[in-house]
Design a protein around this ligand. Structure first.
Ligand code: ZN
Ligand code: ZN
Ligand code: ZN
Length: 369
């Protein structure tokens, strides 16, 4: 709870810096990050009204109020009844404040109603205030990412150790097994379990289908879920390992060696003070020097936390400096269309003493069946 009070204080500071008079948080990750309460994606409005200069109030539909673990030190709770107008309630809490920041993921219908109710207000995305703060994880958040990563690693180890049978099964069946194992290892939700086999391994976000996995194929498995360490807000895992069914051809072994070096060097380059785009460039240069430059078709990584993809993005053009507490994926891939592909992905937390991986399962190319 101390962590949330500290976050609230940092948010108020950032609001004052940016001239935002009130923050209006509805759907999305900002609300649970600040309050510990996750709004259901309902047509009924849930909104935390947080003025820079006054107490915060959480408006929730009355029927949702019992789910709110209410901490009076953080916000007042105002359940609204079916006969009340929640937009009018928000407008009266906002009062004469004009510069408002609203959740990026708020429903357009709610924002349009707020605009009509507050004609002199100017709205901007809440991420302008919250994103730079949310991208720097505190100790409690790093512990949650670590626990999520360790749980995903236990699934990766089962894959690498040949415990998850591949040959003769469909991608769908393997995806289902990966999902079940993510839950068995402690995830509350599975967010995705990509299985791309044979030529499908060259499609980075392949939707697992009925294709039966054969002998002598690359299989890319990229999976993650949401893990609750403190029972209020979940944090995401996301890891990728590539295995080969049977002895891999020489060209694949060479490609994989390039990929492994690129991933390792990119992780090593993710030091405090360096830019986010430099991590991408480090991996990309190694892959490019080996002649696979055109086969690495996506950014090297994304921030991760309550959301699978959030700031900071490790991509060319992002000159933001890495600071201690940034958490992000490092996931280069090499994809030869129609033939095969490979990707290695770990979540990494930047610390003053260097990059710290949350995923630690083996990177070497494993032959499985
Ligand atoms: Zn992806
Ligand atoms: Zn992934
Ligand atoms: Zn990822």
């Amino acid at each position: 709870m101390l962590a949330r009070a500290a976050r609230l204080a940092r948010v108020r500071d950032a609001m004052r810096d940016k001239g935002v008079e009130a923050l209006l948080l509805s759907l999305g990750a900002d609300l649970p990050w600040l309050s510990g309460y996750e709004a259901m994606p309902l047509e009924r409005l849930t909104m935390l009204v947080l003025p820079a200069d006054d107490e915060a109030t959480l408006l929730v539909p009355a029927l949702e109020a019992p789910r709110v673990a209410h901490d009076r030190r953080l916000f007042a709770l105002r359940p609204w009844k079916e006969s009340e107008d929640p937009v009018g309630l928000v407008a009266s809490l906002v009062g004469t404040r004009r510069r408002l920041a609203v959740s990026d993921r708020a429903w357009a219908a709610h924002l349009l109603a707020l605009e009509a109710a507050l004609p002199s207000a100017r709205f901007e995305p809440a991420s302008r205030v919250t994103s730079p703060l949310r991208s720097v994880k505190d100790a409690a958040e790093i512990a949650a990412l670590e626990a999520a990563g360790a749980a995903a690693d236990r699934v990766a180890e089962a894959l690498l150790g040949g415990e998850i049978r591949l040959v003769g099964r469909s991608e769908e069946a393997v995806s289902t097994e990966l999902s079940e194992r993510l839950v068995q290892e402690g995830h509350r939700r599975v967010n995705f379990a990509i299985v791309g086999s044979g030529p499908n391994s060259a499609s980075p976000h392949h939707e697992p289908g009925p294709r039966i996995i054969g002998e002598g194929e690359a299989v890319v498995c990229d999976f993650g879920g949401t893990y609750y360490l403190d029972d209020t807000v979940g944090y995401c895992s996301d890891t990728t390992r590539t295995v080969f069914t049977g002895e891999p051809p020489r060209e694949f072994v060479e490609l994989y060696e390039v990929l492994e070096a690129a991933q390792r060097q990119a992780v090593a380059s993710a030091v405090v003070g360096e830019t986010c785009e430099n991590v991408d460039a480090t991996g990309r240069n190694i892959i490019g020097a080996a002649g696979y430059g055109d086969a690495f078709i996506h950014r090297i990584g994304h921030g991760i936390g309550i959301e699978e993809h959030e700031d900071p993005y490790m991509v060319s053009g992002n000159g933001e400096r890495i600071v201690a507490g940034h958490a992000f994926s490092v996931e280069p891939g090499i994809y030869l269309e129609g033939r095969y592909g490979a990707r290695i992905e770990d979540i990494v937390v930047a610390t003053e003493s260097g990059p710290h991986p949350c995923n630690r399962s083996d990177h070497s190319l494993r032959v499985v069946s």
